[in-house]
Design a protein around this ligand. Structure first.
Ligand code: PPS
Length: 592
């Protein structure tokens, strides 16, 4: 039987203990603490446990970390490019010490592994950024993630895997290195070229993979990364469906498809080396390395740095680099050719992933030479037009500023136009249901706003319109909500800037009077702070417009941003005119 390429370091280092030992760890060993793993840490743990990170036996200790950061070598001299570390918060680090064992759990609290602590330290993250990412610039997504992390401590030590993380998505496409090696051995594959990707495959990718396989006389492993990559990447569910379509088209072409649970760092040249090591551990002999391999947005690495980095170490690693050739589509031939194969008179069209993304984003037609039609259908389903994507309209302002009234007017306008589901999360209503146990301390207000933000982000994710109308006095909390919502769709902050004097003069609920009299403590504007929004998308002063005018200016802003379609029955200008003829003044006692 064929033997696939041996793993890095010679031995496949799997860290899952026997069921009997797992039972002993669970019942008899004492854990000093339980650490709930982040999604990224969960990916790292899985690759430590399944041997994808061979020869690592756990999260790196300080000596290995220092060696890897400074010269890409572990203490025993093994080549390793990127620290694989477990970062934990101060409160957790304060409770543990070298010699202790801790339990590592998933987000639901299921115990997955034990870690025997051999090192606990506070790393110099700036130095790590400079060495590993070659920059401290937070415009680099990997550096930004590293430097903004709340977990400032690293815990290193051996891992004893008790249970693999559970996956319910595409179980037939998940393999450990051992399983994939067995499949390759059964197929008699001794030369396998891996294609690493975090993007959907378009036809030029398929063609270059085919060419690479021919060039090095190898079979192909499509090995897409499905751990966390970059925030704006296409979700792995969509991508996996696309890869499956590609595989179906190439059934005769000796092509395996398997998911790699790696959380990418976007560390360019160093990351390309890590990709090579992992593929060797999965039994591959070759890895396709493209221009800008594992590079973030921005010009942080020269286009060929990753290829050079792998080429330089390929003998030591025992896996060969196959450089990715940029292919262009030649109209006259209906074929893909490399730049140096083009005849002067031929029309070459760019077949790049960015071209595909641009066409998807701008809802432009996508020709079938750029991607297979069934792949295009999947991508279109995952990219609804902007006017079908979710949006959160987040009002903020003093009590009595008019937030609820405008929100209700906006809700009515949107519902009247039809076609969208709209949910109003009004401050008062939320406090009766979602946040009924909360008061008005800073901690409770933050919790309240984050709950609203969570619900709004779910609504946005599913293509709905969420209108939120809390006071939301703190800028940092508003920013957090913006961050979680923007991962799903559009966020529009509307600052209802009605002055405190006007709000107090209105005092419809009599709360200002009570606050002045000291009956209500921590009342926003009177004896509690309100931080004015610095860059809201819209600012509305209800002292100078009616609720319908305010709602219409928001509708107009939504239309300008293509968040909603043009209402054919009533254009924005008509709406403004009609509302101007039937003004509803803010002093209407039914409001707010
Ligand atoms: S926060 O800060 O965003 O959590 O506040 P929010 O949930 O929007 O509060 C909404 C309503 O609570 C009433 N209320 C108070 N507001 C501010 N400070 C104090 N101490 C307070 N106590 C009660 C008030 O009516 C707010 O409603 P609106 O709709 O804003 O007038």
């Amino acid at each position: 039987m064929t033997v696939p390429n041996p793993p890095h370091g010679g031995v496949l280092m799997e860290r899952l203990v026997s069921p009997v030992d797992a039972g002993v760890w669970r019942k008899e060993k004492k854990f000093k603490g339980l650490w709930p793993l982040t999604l990224r840490q969960l990916c790292d743990l899985e690759l430590i446990m399944n041997g994808g990170f061979s020869p690592l036996t756990g999260f790196m200790t300080r000596v290995d970390y220092d060696g890897v950061v400074s010269r890409m070598r572990m203490q025993d001299g093994t080549l390793w490019p990127i620290p694989i570390t477990l970062d934990v918060a101060d409160e957790f680090a304060d409770k543990i010490a070298v010699g202790d064992a801790i339990g590592l759990t998933d987000a639901e609290g299921a115990l997955l592994a034990a870690l025997e602590i051999e090192a606990l330290w506070q790393p110099d993250l700036h130095q790590e950024a400079v060495n590993v990412y070659q920059t401290q610039d937070v415009a680099h997504s990997g550096v930004a993630r590293l430097l903004s992390r709340n977990h400032k401590n690293y815990v290193g030590g051996r891992i004893y895997g008790l249970e693999m993380p559970q996956h319910f998505d595409f179980p037939h496409l998940r393999h450990t290195p051992r399983q994939l090696r067995e499949v390759m051995a059964q197929l008699g594959w001794s030369r396998v070229v891996a294609f690493q990707t975090r993007n959907p495959m378009h036809r030029a990718h398929v063609e270059l993979t085919r060419r690479a396989a021919v060039a090095v006389d190898a079979k192909v492993l499509l090995h897409p990364v499905v751990g966390e990559t970059q925030a704006d990447d296409i979700d792995h569910y969509t991508r996996m469906r696309c890869y499956e379509h590609v595989q179906r088209r190439h059934t005769g072409a000796a092509m395996l498809l398997s998911m790699l649970p790696l959380a990418m760092r976007m560390a360019g040249p160093r990351e390309a080396l890590l990709h090579a090591i992992i593929r060797k551990n999965y039994g591959c002999t070759h890895l396709i390395v493209g221009r800008d391999h594992a590079a973030p947005k921005g010009d942080f690495y020269s286009p060929y740095a990753a290829q050079e980095s792998v080429a330089q170490h390929e003998d030591e690693l025992g896996i060969k680099m196959v450089p990715f050739q940029e292919l262009l589509y030649v109209k006259e031939l209906d074929r893909f050719l490399a730049q140096d194969e083009l005849a002067p008179e031929q029309t070459a069209l760019s077949a790049s992933g960015s071209e595909l993304r641009r066409r998807l984003k701008d809802q432009l037609p996508i020709p079938s030479w750029l991607a297979y039609p069934e792949v295009i259908d999947e991508l279109r389903r995952a990219h609804p037009s902007r006017e079908k994507r979710g949006v959160t309209i987040f009002f903020t302002g003093f009590s009595g500023a008019g937030k609820s009234t405008i929100a209700k007017a906006l809700l009515a306008r949107l519902m009247a136009s039809g076609g969208r589901s709209v949910t109003l999360l009004d401050g008062d209503i939320v406090r009766q249901h979602l946040s009924s146990e909360l008061g008005f301390s800073r901690a409770h207000r933050d919790l309240n706003i984050l709950r609203i933000g969570f619900v709004a982000s779910e609504i946005t994710k599913h293509g709905g319109i969420a209108i939120c109308a809390p006071i939301a006095p703190y800028a940092a909390t508003r920013r957090k909500v913006r961050e979680i919502v923007e991962q799903q769709g559009t966020f529009i902050e509307v600052y209802v800037s009605t002055s405190l004097e006007v709000c107090e003069a209105r005092d419809r609920k009599g709360l200002y009077a009570k606050a002045r009299a000291g009956v209500i403590k921590e009342f926003t504007g009177i004896n509690d702070p309100y931080e004015i929004p610095q860059n809201p998308e819209l600012k509305i002063d209800t002292a100078t417009c009616t609720p319908l005018e305010a709602a219409d200016s928001i509708l107009h802003a939504l239309q300008q941003r293509n968040c909603i379609g043009l209402d054919k029955s009533m254009s924005a200008t008509q709406i403004v005119q009609s509302s101007a003829t039937t003004p509803i003044p803010f002093k209407n006692p039914l409001q707010d």
